[in-house]
Design a protein around this ligand. Structure first.
Ligand code: ADP
Ligand code: MG
Length: 250
């Protein structure tokens, strides 16, 4: 589902991604670990084409992100086409980024109606199903400010799912939450993994990684220094930086 090859990204002199190769099969759950500044968010943003790589490429579902094949050649997509392509990828951020002036229901139906042209009634019915799925049945009419952080993040997940993505990206989805609210959000992410969703999750929740990931990737200084099943990477990391990081967060 995801194929990253030779991905490089710099800001000025600062190399943030220094040749990343990554594969996530359909239904795969990859957890991305690494110290602050190691390039995790930048990698997710390249997968979602919020950043444009300097070299290398990202393929999602057989399409090179930001490009299309035609007549044996690769053409760069126009912004509108990039938006359409990006609609296949759901992203959930640390900050929930809900529209504060819209109800929960309208937050969830906005993009399906505006971007995908789904009839409003149908979008609303789907939204109610999704709210049930994330444990927020009955909160459709609430405004984000009336919800806890954990509830807002679950709305953000429902909103991403409403676009029927092929791939979900999570960037530290529980880092902004009070500790007692972390579990309810991780439970939703776990259910999604069990349902077969392909996903890349940046998190420092090692217990979650151990339980849910099929692959754990450790990023340091813009390079993948460790990658494999959680039992291996989390238990017996070979790389010194990975060992130090794990002993700090465990
Ligand atoms: P992580 O998510 O692992 O903490 P990031 O991908 O956010 O790391 O950032 C990696 C490095 O790239 C950091 O040093 C950060 O300051 C830098 N960086 C990220 N985005 C930008 C940007 N838009 N302009 C300049 N530097 C950036
Ligand atoms: Mg980050």
């Amino acid at each position: 589902m995801v194929r990253v090859r030779g991905l490089r990204k710099s800001y000025g002199q600062h190399t943030v991604l220094d040749g990343i190769d990554l594969d996530v099969p359909e239904g795969g759950v990859t957890v991305l670990l690494g110290p602050s500044g190691s390039g995790k968010s930048t990698l997710l943003r390249c997968v979602n084409h919020l950043e444009r790589p300097d070299a290398g490429f990202v393929e999602v579902g057989g399409e090179i992100v930001g490009h299309r094949h035609e007549g044996g050649r690769l053409h760069e997509l126009r912004p509108r086409a990039v938006t359409r392509q990006r609609a296949r990828i759901g992203m959930v951020f640390q900050q929930f980024n809900l529209f504060p002036h819209l109800t929960v229901l309208d937050n969830i139906t906005e993009a399906p109606v505006a971007v995908r042209g789904i009839p409003r009634k149908q979008a609303a019915a789907t939204a109610l199903d999704l709210l049930r799925r994330v444990g927020l049945e009955g909160r459709a009419a609430a405004y984000p400010r009336q919800l806890s952080g954990g509830q807002q993040q679950r709305v953000a997940i429902a909103r991403a799912l409403a676009m029927e993505p092929q791939l979900m990206l999570f960037d530290e989805p529980t880092s902004a939450l009070d500790p007692e609210l972390v579990g309810e959000v991780l439970a939703v992410v776990r259910d999604l993994a069990v349902s077969g969703m392909t996903m890349i999750v940046v998190t420092h929740e090692i217990g979650f990684a151990r339980e849910v990931a099929d692959t754990v990737v450790f990023l340091d200084g813009g390079r993948i220094v460790e990658s494999g099943p959680p039992g291996t990477v989390l238990t017996a990391p070979r790389h010194e930086r990975a060992r130090a990081f794990l002993s700090a967060v465990l």
